[in-house]
Design a protein around this ligand. Structure first.
Ligand code: ZN
Length: 62
């Protein structure tokens, strides 16, 4: 299962970590995903969404 938001498609970003002594190593910026149970067209479904899309969903449903 890919670490990706099912609504906006946001995924892992890559960057570099630089220490105080300026040693450079690669690092990942993982997307903050949450599982949300939703009803789409009368069908219950679990979707993995990022926190930004989670806010959008809850503002529509609640
Ligand atoms: Zn999203």
């Amino acid at each position: 299962m890919a670490r990706k938001c099912e609504i906006c498609g946001k995924g892992t970003k890559f960057g570099r970590q630089i220490s105080h002594s300026h040693r450079v190593t690669s690092r990942k910026f993982k997307v903050n995903l949450h599982t949300k149970r939703v009803v789409i067209n009368g069908v219950k479904k679990k979707i993995r969404v990022c926190t930004k899309c989670l806010r959008k969903i809850t503002s529509i449903l609640c």
